[in-house]
Design a binder for this molecule. Structure first.
Ligand SMILES: [Zn+2]
Length: 152
């Protein structure tokens, strides 16, 4: 007796593999590897992130990609969690993901990141530039009464 759960683990036929590209012509995978289970069959399109000088707490590792994305679809995915339609997986920083984003969720993330980038550009960057200029000009000395008492 066959159950619907067992059908999920059927191996995809070559025709099913190639039929996916009728709906996902953007796929970068030539699917020439071993034929996957139907549920594992996926198409994807990657786009570059940006390399940032990251430092990781408690780790000697530095550097890493940020905002790397790949669009993906699992045409035979058997859960209704968004993977069965094209979606974006957004790697916030190397190893940290916001997975399975639909268009609305991706738009929300973009808006939040854009707002934060605007803050960085219009608030933090001018503050930093002024603080740097003041520092280099020696203009930011503490008032005498606020200076730490120096041992003599
Ligand atoms: Zn594909």
């Amino acid at each position: 007796m066959t159950t619907t759960t067992q059908q999920s683990y059927l191996v995809a036929t070559p025709a099913e593999v190639w039929a996916t590209h009728a709906r996902s012509p953007w796929c970068q995978d030539d699917h020439s590897g071993p034929t996957p289970a139907r549920v594992d069959l996926s198409c994807y399109l990657a786009s570059d992130g940006v390399v940032l000088p990251l430092e990781f707490d408690g780790d000697d590792q530095t550097g890493g990609d940020a905002l790397f994305t790949y669009m993906s679809v699992h045409p035979f995915w058997d859960e209704q969690d968004g993977r069965d339609v094209p979606h974006v997986n957004l790697q916030v920083v190397d190893g940290v993901w916001l997975p399975v984003l639909g268009p609305e969720q991706l738009a929300q993330v973009i808006a939040k990141l854009r707002a934060r980038l605007d803050e960085l550009e219009h608030e933090v960057l001018p503050q930093l530039s002024q603080a740097r200029a003041d520092w280099m000009a020696g203009r930011c000395e503490l008032p005498v009464e606020a200076r730490p008492v120096m041992a003599t």
